[in-house]
Ligand binder design. Sequence first.
Ligand code: SF4
Length: 312
Amino acid sequence: MSVKQLQVDILNLKNQNDVTILAHYYQPIEIQEIADYVGDSLGLSRTAKEEVNTEYIIFAGVNFMAETASILNQDKHVLIPNPESCCPMAAYLTPEKVIKFKKEYPGLPVVMYVNSTAAVKAESDICCTSANAVKIVERISREYNVDSVLFGPDANLADYTEQISGIKCLKMPENGHCYVHSQITIEDIKIVKKKYPNAKLIVHPECIRGVRELSDYVGSTTRMYNYVRDNSSTDNEFIIGTEVGLLERLTQDFPGKNFYLAKDKLICYNMKKHNLELIKYILENLDDKAFEVKVPPEIARRALKPIEKMLD
Ligand code: SF4
């Protein structure tokens, strides 16, 4: 069946049922096209909480995102097209590891990047995303009257947040990273800048410090999108330092501008585990429990606090 036909079938099925489809910017473009909302982790968390009124939510993203949507919408059914779509960065932390860090640094608040499991969030004081990490760390350090926080699991985001806020972000663990962003090297940037000398370089804070320092702008995927949208018409070339899905979205939304990937194959294979066939199958089988994301009630109750504290 063609992509177009699958998309038509999905939209028809969606209209016949009480369903909202949420998709992350890193989803294949054909999934972004049929979604009701496309965004980054923060945007989708907010949307799930504030704007979704349907009984079913199909979440095209990795499973920590679907878990967050489920925690925020315990009266709804949150379904993930491929339950094996997970984030390797989240696997760097377990609740036991967080408890160990807390014992080692008593009194320091735990700031947890949303790219973490619900069980890990349950051990945290506040969550953050790449869009709000600096604000969150500033706020929580004021609240606890400390100049250091425990920050996990992304060491690069911790480093970026510490650089901007001036507040020490102790990494939990030292080497947590995203394999997509951290593969971009300084050498890659020098090569791509030489090739496109007039292009603005915009990168994600999960990139290593050396790459961030060579860039014109550092921001979450939504902020990168907005930077392109709001940039004057004289800046028509952009080098994109994040997953290829954002570049596909930008290419579609801003046909007058040119986009280049910071290096080849910036692909999150975990995000790409979903496809239109799976979404169509779910819409035809909404009560198939194999696709439903459920967080154990006690973990959900404890994880809700740091998520809501962030959203507040
Ligand atoms: S892009 Fe990186 S952080 Fe995002 S889901 Fe993929 S592996 Fe995880």
